[in-house]
Design a protein around this ligand. Structure first.
Ligand code: IMP
Length: 159
């Protein structure tokens, strides 16, 4: 995988902690780390949006925090899809308070047409149109994560 090679080259001298935001990014993360040839460490964080859950509000509750300290370490956040960017913006602000050496973002999918907050995405797999996608870890109400490919749900509104 091309992204794994780029990440390996960029962090050859000081390997990062890859932080996966559960749950959608697990399959991508699993494939991504196998495509690296540096000694990365991995950690996980689970978040959920406050509110009625139908819209990304950007106010996020941490359900499961990192187990590793990221202070003075390079951090690479691994996401399944960046949509409005609100969730990631919150996570970035939260992680910044722990004084990492750097934070970059790697996302498999970038639905940039719906962005509400300007974020710098350092590694992007694919830019996708404004359609709801499932499979390869991505869910609709917790289902379809096990599809081996990414599929578009034509009739599904993006919440
Ligand atoms: P954001 O805060 O709007 O950028 O929301 C990002 C999160 O919403 C992602 O990490 C996904 O968990 C979820 N999400 C956004 N779009 C989709 C989709 O098309 N399929 C499945 N999950 C999605």
């Amino acid at each position: 995988m091309e992204l794994g090679a780029r990440i390996s080259d960029d962090y050859r001298d000081d390997p990062p902690i890859l932080v996966n935001v559960l749950k959608g990014g697990i399959i991508f993360m699993a494939d991504l780390i196998r495509a690296t040839d540096i000694s990365v460490e991995i950690d996980f964080m689970e978040v959920s949006s406050y509110g009625d859950g139908t819209e990304s509000s950007g106010v996020v509750r941490i359900l499961e925090d990192l187990s590793l300290s990221i202070t003075d370490r390079h951090v690479l956040i691994v996401e399944d899809i960046v949509d409005t960017g609100l969730t990631l913006h919150y996570i970035l602000e939260n992680l910044e308070t722990r004084h990492p050496k750097s934070i970059r973002i790697c996302t498999l999918l970038d639905r940039r047409g719906r962005r509400e907050i300007d974020l710098q995405l350092d590694y992007v797999g694919f830019v996708v149109p404004d359609k709801f996608v499932i499979g390869y870890g991505l869910d609709l109400a917790q289902k379809y994560r096990n599809l081996p490919h990414i599929a578009v749900l034509e009739d599904e509104e993006i919440p």
